[in-house]
Design a binder for this molecule. Structure first.
Ligand code: GDP
Ligand code: MG
Length: 251
């Protein structure tokens, strides 16, 4: 199946959801209103108890009018981690013909209006990865993010950058645009991370595979609805993965 909506670039936004019923309708609307004719939204839901999967199906029905498939839903049977959800959703997007894949949270933290800018950057520069970055000049964190969360984010980012020796400023960023070729070269199914460290692992492996990254500044907003799914377990994985990657891929 291909997303044949004209001669435009086929871009799929992959959005993992777990209990995002309060956020998904406005996120889907914002994404599907973007002025990109080849855009598709793929939700990857891990059987959210709050009915997010059912809401996603209803939204898909609403937006897939006129014989054009603008939205799809991948249902998984259990909560299996952000990284695993992305592997499933991003691989499906590439298999279905997406030329570019965008990763985006469902909670409104990532500015939807930055997607055309990220796509333009990728197409014009030919890079395989464009990062929506909080830590380049012009990038911002919401003032409402508590001091604890700001410190944790900054520390996690600095830690991963130092251990891996990477120049990428926002290596933990969750708002990224990938070319299909980059994702094929990395082989998503070979990634070890189950949770949030997926973000670090995928960027590290893409750069090692010879792709370059460009970072464009974004403002990261705190979620206004629902709660964070970050757990101690995923934080521990985020501490261990950079060290494992470094040991496995010594220069
Ligand atoms: N499918 C799926 N989505 C997840 C899982 N964990 C988190 N998410 C989604 O991933 C995105 C980021 O999670 P969030 O809790 O906002 O993380 P935070 O911003 O770091 O606090 C949100 O859209 C979540 O609903 C998971 O295990 N499975
Ligand atoms: Mg969030």
């Amino acid at each position: 199946m291909t997303y044949d909506v004209g001669a435009d670039v086929a871009v799929t936004v992959v959005m993992p959801t777990y209990n995002e019923a309060a956020n998904l309708p406005r996120m889907a609307e914002a994404v599907l209103q973007l002025p990109l004719r080849g855009l598709h939204l793929k939700i990857v839901d891990d059987s959210s108890p709050d009915g997010t999967g059912r809401i996603a199906e209803e939204l898909a029905e609403k937006y897939n009018w006129d014989g054009v498939r603008r939205m799809s839903v991948l249902h998984r049977t259990e909560k299996d981690g952000l990284g695993r959800a992305y592997v499933a959703g991003m691989s499906a997007a590439v298999d279905e013909g997406a030329q570019y894949v965008v990763q985006m949270d469902a909670d409104g933290s990532h500015p939807v209006e930055a997607v055309p800018r990220m796509l333009g950057t990728a197409v014009a520069s030919g890079v395989g990865l464009v990062i929506g970055s909080r830590y380049v000049e012009g990038g911002q964190l919401d003032d409402d993010w508590g001091a604890h969360r700001v410190l944790l984010s900054r520390f996690a980012n600095r830690y991963a950058r130092t251990v891996l020796g990477t120049k990428i400023r926002d290596i933990t960023a969750g708002f990224n645009l990938w070319s299909a070729q980059t994702l094929r070269d990395v082989d998503l199914h070979s990634l070890d991370s189950a949770g949030y460290s997926f973000q670090v692992e995928l960027k590290f492996k893409a750069v090692r595979a010879g792709h370059s990254a460009v970072e464009i500044p974004i403002r990261f907003e705190e979620r206004t609805e629902g709660v964070s799914k970050m757990t101690l377990r995923t934080q521990l994985e985020s501490a261990v993965v950079p060290v494992k990657l470094r040991l496995k891929h010594k220069q």
